[in-house]
Design a binder for this molecule. Structure first.
Ligand code: FAS
Ligand code: PHB
Length: 391
């Protein structure tokens, strides 16, 4: 393992891997330090929808072949409100579409490309500690197989997610945190059953939100809004399927194919932004800097736009160009982050049951949904945010 590299990347999730691949293609050396094993990282079931900008970046990284072969192009979504389905036609409203292709597969494609390129990743790196980034000689220390190691570098990319070490290594006085916690979570189930409909269905129901998504024509992903304190052990498959069926409209309920779960988990929902996203020679990207509730399918796509800005800036710097990209990275990334935070908060507020809403709030939510499905302007606003605002 090299003891020096241009960019030390902490985290082998989509942000770290995509950054590593874009820098590799520009001839810039990186080392990725990942605290878990490759199998553990690939065992996570996360996002499912890619914006066109993210698809373009994966292509730019030279990792898009399987995505285009196996991914599903979707030209719209459906909203299920009081038992009736209303389609939001992305193609007609924006001329754009989205790609349904699981984050797990994106991660696998990027890992395979990195391995094929011979770019180093240290899996199961423990006690990863970034330091010296407020000066000109950053260093990342870690232990591997019980041996203390360190990597000298020019820059550190903190791509280690919400619970990572990078943001935590920054003095609290240097960070401003913005956060909103939601009084519910998402109980997700993955099963080898055909999807209930050709496109995603977002359900607003008096019993709670539900989402019908998919990975392929034979593998489906479903979510149910559940109490924030809910335990997945309380949800045997039959109970999940019964509750989902109760929240679906008649047609969807009639077409629901159930089967044994491959994966079942509960994700908490939060909105979170840490500002700024740069500290000297440490740059945060992806979930390390921000979290959105998954309602708007923005989490993974925001990681992609951060990486687009950061890779461009680092390549400019390493080619002896200006440092303008590095200096503007945080402001540029945050401008797009906050628009996605707003959209994700809005979609969540629109579709979920909030315990303290009350009768008036309930009526306002239904009025907003009625307006949305009856107004081309309102539907266009949803569509252009969902397919992804420009990078
Ligand atoms: P990630 O968290 O994916 O990757 C960070 C990596 O850093 C991990 O591999 C981690 O092991 C590693 N790491 C952490 N600490 C480290 C340390 N100290 N040293 C070394 N490595 C370290 N988004 C959607 O759009 N739709 C969804 O449905 C959706 N569902 C989600 C469900 C869950 C449970 C979670 C947690 C997130 C979900 N997201 C969803 C958001 C998710 O897709 C993220 O946006 C995406 O993973 C962001 O990628 P990264 O920034 O690379 O962070
Ligand atoms: C998913 O398929 O996991 C998914 C799709 C859309 C969302 C959230 C999750 O908004």
């Amino acid at each position: 393992m090299p003891e020096r590299t241009h960019v030390a990347i902490i985290g082998s999730g989509p942000a770290g891997l995509l950054l590593g691949q874009l820098l590799h293609k520009a001839g810039i050396d990186t080392v990725i330090l990942e605290r878990h094993s490759r199998e553990h990282v690939l065992g996570r079931i996360r996002a499912g929808v890619l914006e066109q900008g993210t698809v373009g970046l994966i292509d730019e990284a030279g990792c898009g072949a399987r995505m285009h072969r196996e991914g599903l192009i979707h030209h719209g979504i459906e909203l299920s409100i009081r038992g009736a389905r209303h389609r939001i036609d992305f193609q007609a409203l924006t001329g754009k579409s989205v790609m349904v292709y699981g984050q797990t597969e994106v991660t696998r494609d990027l890992m395979d490309a990195r391995q094929a390129a011979g770019a180093p990743t240290v899996f199961e790196a423990q006690n990863v500690t970034p330091s010296g980034y407020d000066g000109a000689r950053p260093v990342v220390r870690y232990t591997a197989n019980g041996m203390a190691k360190e990597i000298a570098c020019d820059f550190i990319a903190g791509c280690d997610g919400f619970h990572g070490v990078s943001r935590q290594s920054v003095p609290e006085s240097a960070l401003t945190i913005f956060e909103r916690l939601y009084p519910f979570g998402w109980l997700g189930l993955l099963a080898e059953v055909p999807p209930v409909a050709p496109e995603l269905i977002y359900v607003n129901h008096e019993r709670g939100f539900a989402l019908c998504s998919m990975r392929t024509h034979s593998r489906s992903r479903y979510y149910l809004q559940c109490d924030a304190s809910e335990q997945v052990e309380n949800w045997p498959d039959d109970k999940f399927w019964d509750e989902l069926r109760r929240r679906l409209d008649q047609d969807a309920a009639a077409h629901l194919v159930t089967g044994p779960s491959i994966e079942k988990s509960i994700a908490p929902l939060r909105s979170f932004v840490a500002e700024p996203m740069r500290f000297g020679r440490l740059f945060l990207a992806g979930d390390a800097a921000h979290i959105v509730p998954p309602t708007g399918a923005k989490g993974l796509n925001l990681a992609a736009s951060d990486v687009h800005y950061l890779a461009e800036a680092l390549i400019d710097h390493c080619r002896g160009g200006s440092d303008q990209g590095l200096d503007h990275y945080s402001a540029r990334a945050l401008a797009r982050v906050w628009k996605a935070e707003r959209f994700s908060w809005w979609m969540t507020s629109l579709l979920h049951r909030f315990p303290d809403t009350g009768p008036f709030g309930q009526r306002i939510q239904l009025a907003e949904l009625d307006y949305l499905v009856g107004s081309e302007a309102a539907a266009t606003a949803l569509a252009e945010n969902y397919v992804g605002l420009p990078f």
